[in-house]
Write a protein that binds this ligand. Sequence first.
Ligand code: HEC
Length: 163
Amino acid sequence: MKIKFLSIVAIAALMTSCSGDKPKADVKETTPVKKEVKQEAPAKTEVVSTASFMDDKGVGPITSIELGELDTALAGKGKAAYKSNGCISCHKISKRFVGPALKGVTQRRSPEWIMNMILDPEGMVANNEAARQLLAEYSAPMANQNVSEEDARAILEYFRTKN
Ligand code: HEC
Protein backbone atom coordinates (compact mmCIF):
# COMPACT_ATOMS: atom_id res chain seq x y z
CA MET A 1 0.00 0.00 0.00
CA LYS A 2 2.72 2.36 0.98
CA ILE A 3 4.45 1.91 -2.35
CA LYS A 4 1.27 2.62 -4.28
CA PHE A 5 0.69 5.77 -2.29
CA LEU A 6 4.23 6.97 -2.93
CA SER A 7 3.92 6.41 -6.65
CA ILE A 8 0.69 8.41 -6.73
CA VAL A 9 2.52 11.23 -5.00
CA ALA A 10 5.33 10.90 -7.53
CA ILE A 11 2.89 11.04 -10.48
CA ALA A 12 1.17 14.04 -8.96
CA ALA A 13 4.54 15.71 -8.55
CA LEU A 14 5.39 14.96 -12.19
CA MET A 15 2.09 16.41 -13.35
CA THR A 16 2.59 19.62 -11.46
CA SER A 17 6.09 19.94 -12.81
CA CYS A 18 4.64 19.52 -16.31
CA SER A 19 2.13 22.26 -15.76
CA GLY A 20 5.07 24.36 -14.57
CA ASP A 21 6.21 24.52 -18.19
CA LYS A 22 3.28 26.63 -19.16
CA PRO A 23 4.81 30.05 -18.48
CA LYS A 24 7.24 29.33 -21.33
CA ALA A 25 4.40 29.83 -23.78
CA ASP A 26 3.91 33.30 -22.30
CA VAL A 27 7.50 34.17 -23.05
CA LYS A 28 6.79 33.74 -26.74
CA GLU A 29 3.96 36.18 -26.51
CA THR A 30 6.32 38.96 -25.52
CA THR A 31 8.14 38.82 -28.86
CA PRO A 32 5.92 41.53 -30.46
CA VAL A 33 8.16 43.99 -28.62
CA LYS A 34 10.58 43.57 -31.51
CA LYS A 35 7.93 44.76 -33.93
CA GLU A 36 7.50 47.97 -31.98
CA VAL A 37 11.22 48.65 -32.21
CA LYS A 38 11.02 48.32 -35.97
CA GLN A 39 8.19 50.79 -36.10
CA GLU A 40 10.52 53.46 -34.78
CA ALA A 41 11.95 53.65 -38.28
CA PRO A 42 10.03 56.91 -39.05
CA ALA A 43 13.07 58.60 -37.46
CA LYS A 44 13.96 58.93 -41.13
CA THR A 45 11.66 61.90 -41.38
CA GLU A 46 13.96 63.67 -38.91
CA VAL A 47 16.92 62.99 -41.17
CA VAL A 48 15.01 64.64 -44.00
CA SER A 49 14.37 67.70 -41.86
CA THR A 50 18.07 68.06 -40.97
CA ALA A 51 18.83 68.09 -44.69
CA SER A 52 16.70 71.20 -44.93
CA PHE A 53 19.15 73.17 -42.79
CA MET A 54 20.63 74.17 -46.16
CA ASP A 55 17.36 75.96 -46.93
CA ASP A 56 17.68 78.09 -43.81
CA LYS A 57 19.79 80.99 -44.99
CA GLY A 58 19.14 83.05 -41.92
CA VAL A 59 18.39 86.74 -41.93
CA GLY A 60 20.92 89.37 -42.92
CA PRO A 61 22.97 90.77 -45.78
CA ILE A 62 23.93 87.41 -47.32
CA THR A 63 21.28 85.79 -49.49
CA SER A 64 23.28 83.48 -51.75
CA ILE A 65 26.75 81.94 -51.62
CA GLU A 66 28.13 79.47 -54.13
CA LEU A 67 30.72 77.21 -52.56
CA GLY A 68 33.32 75.76 -54.90
CA GLU A 69 36.24 73.48 -54.17
CA LEU A 70 37.87 74.21 -50.85
CA ASP A 71 40.11 77.26 -51.26
CA THR A 72 42.98 76.62 -48.85
CA ALA A 73 44.53 80.08 -49.31
CA LEU A 74 41.20 81.69 -48.39
CA ALA A 75 40.85 79.29 -45.44
CA GLY A 76 44.27 80.41 -44.23
CA LYS A 77 43.11 84.03 -44.33
CA GLY A 78 40.00 82.95 -42.48
CA LYS A 79 41.99 81.34 -39.71
CA ALA A 80 43.83 84.64 -39.15
CA ALA A 81 40.57 86.62 -39.37
CA TYR A 82 38.95 84.27 -36.85
CA LYS A 83 41.67 85.22 -34.38
CA SER A 84 41.93 88.93 -35.18
CA ASN A 85 38.16 89.44 -35.01
CA GLY A 86 38.02 88.10 -31.46
CA CYS A 87 36.04 84.93 -32.15
CA ILE A 88 38.49 82.99 -29.98
CA SER A 89 37.42 84.88 -26.88
CA CYS A 90 34.10 82.97 -27.00
CA HIS A 91 34.65 79.97 -29.27
CA LYS A 92 36.78 76.88 -29.38
CA ILE A 93 36.72 74.60 -32.38
CA SER A 94 36.22 71.27 -30.59
CA LYS A 95 34.76 72.29 -27.24
CA ARG A 96 31.79 74.25 -26.03
CA PHE A 97 32.94 77.55 -24.52
CA VAL A 98 30.87 80.77 -24.18
CA GLY A 99 29.44 79.81 -27.57
CA PRO A 100 29.11 76.46 -29.33
CA ALA A 101 32.06 74.40 -30.56
CA LEU A 102 32.43 75.32 -34.21
CA LYS A 103 33.66 71.96 -35.43
CA GLY A 104 31.31 70.70 -38.12
CA VAL A 105 29.31 73.93 -38.20
CA THR A 106 29.17 73.79 -42.01
CA GLN A 107 27.45 70.41 -41.64
CA ARG A 108 24.57 71.89 -39.66
CA ARG A 109 24.23 75.44 -41.03
CA SER A 110 24.08 76.78 -44.56
CA PRO A 111 26.95 79.04 -45.72
CA GLU A 112 24.57 82.02 -45.83
CA TRP A 113 23.34 81.32 -42.29
CA ILE A 114 26.92 81.21 -40.96
CA MET A 115 27.90 84.47 -42.65
CA ASN A 116 24.72 86.21 -41.49
CA MET A 117 25.40 85.02 -37.94
CA ILE A 118 28.90 86.50 -38.12
CA LEU A 119 27.79 89.77 -39.75
CA ASP A 120 24.56 90.41 -37.85
CA PRO A 121 24.15 88.22 -34.75
CA GLU A 122 21.55 90.60 -33.24
CA GLY A 123 19.35 90.40 -36.33
CA MET A 124 19.76 86.63 -36.38
CA VAL A 125 18.68 85.99 -32.79
CA ALA A 126 15.80 88.41 -33.26
CA ASN A 127 14.52 86.97 -36.53
CA ASN A 128 15.82 83.46 -37.09
CA GLU A 129 14.35 80.51 -35.24
CA ALA A 130 17.55 78.42 -35.19
CA ALA A 131 19.60 81.34 -33.86
CA ARG A 132 16.94 82.06 -31.25
CA GLN A 133 17.11 78.46 -30.08
CA LEU A 134 20.90 78.71 -29.78
CA LEU A 135 20.59 81.85 -27.69
CA ALA A 136 18.14 80.07 -25.40
CA GLU A 137 20.59 77.20 -25.05
CA TYR A 138 23.70 79.33 -24.44
CA SER A 139 21.92 82.18 -22.62
CA ALA A 140 24.67 84.59 -23.77
CA PRO A 141 24.25 86.60 -26.96
CA MET A 142 26.93 86.47 -29.62
CA ALA A 143 28.65 89.83 -29.90
CA ASN A 144 28.75 91.75 -33.16
CA GLN A 145 32.47 91.96 -33.92
CA ASN A 146 31.99 94.37 -36.87
CA VAL A 147 33.52 91.84 -39.19
CA SER A 148 33.91 92.83 -42.86
CA GLU A 149 32.04 90.72 -45.41
CA GLU A 150 35.39 89.68 -46.87
CA ASP A 151 36.63 88.40 -43.49
CA ALA A 152 33.32 86.64 -42.83
CA ARG A 153 33.64 84.82 -46.17
CA ALA A 154 37.22 83.80 -45.32
CA ILE A 155 36.15 82.58 -41.85
CA LEU A 156 33.45 80.47 -43.52
CA GLU A 157 36.16 78.88 -45.67
CA TYR A 158 38.22 78.20 -42.54
CA PHE A 159 35.20 76.48 -40.94
CA ARG A 160 34.98 74.23 -44.01
CA THR A 161 38.36 72.79 -42.98
CA LYS A 162 37.00 71.99 -39.51
CA ASN A 163 34.60 69.18 -40.19
C1 HEC B 1 30.90 87.39 -26.81
C2 HEC B 1 31.07 86.00 -27.23
C3 HEC B 1 31.13 85.68 -28.69
C4 HEC B 1 31.98 86.18 -29.66
C5 HEC B 1 33.04 87.26 -29.51
C6 HEC B 1 31.67 85.46 -30.87
N1 HEC B 1 30.67 84.55 -30.66
FE1 HEC B 1 29.87 83.30 -32.02
N2 HEC B 1 28.49 82.71 -30.68
C7 HEC B 1 28.45 83.09 -29.35
C8 HEC B 1 27.28 82.50 -28.73
C9 HEC B 1 26.90 82.66 -27.27
C10 HEC B 1 26.62 81.77 -29.72
C11 HEC B 1 25.31 81.01 -29.61
C12 HEC B 1 24.19 81.87 -30.15
C13 HEC B 1 23.78 82.96 -29.23
O1 HEC B 1 23.73 82.76 -28.01
O2 HEC B 1 23.49 84.06 -29.74
C14 HEC B 1 27.42 81.91 -30.94
C15 HEC B 1 27.11 81.30 -32.16
C16 HEC B 1 27.94 81.27 -33.25
C17 HEC B 1 27.73 80.50 -34.44
C18 HEC B 1 26.62 79.48 -34.67
C19 HEC B 1 27.14 78.16 -34.14
C20 HEC B 1 26.22 76.99 -34.35
O3 HEC B 1 26.45 75.96 -33.72
O4 HEC B 1 25.27 77.11 -35.14
C21 HEC B 1 28.76 80.77 -35.29
C22 HEC B 1 28.99 80.20 -36.67
C23 HEC B 1 29.60 81.73 -34.61
N3 HEC B 1 29.08 82.00 -33.39
C24 HEC B 1 30.75 82.25 -35.17
C25 HEC B 1 31.48 83.28 -34.59
C26 HEC B 1 32.58 83.97 -35.26
C27 HEC B 1 33.13 83.62 -36.62
C28 HEC B 1 33.01 84.94 -34.39
C29 HEC B 1 34.08 85.97 -34.63
C30 HEC B 1 33.84 86.88 -35.73
C31 HEC B 1 32.19 84.85 -33.19
N4 HEC B 1 31.28 83.85 -33.35
C32 HEC B 1 32.32 85.67 -32.08
C33 HEC B 1 29.35 83.90 -28.71
C34 HEC B 1 30.31 84.65 -29.34
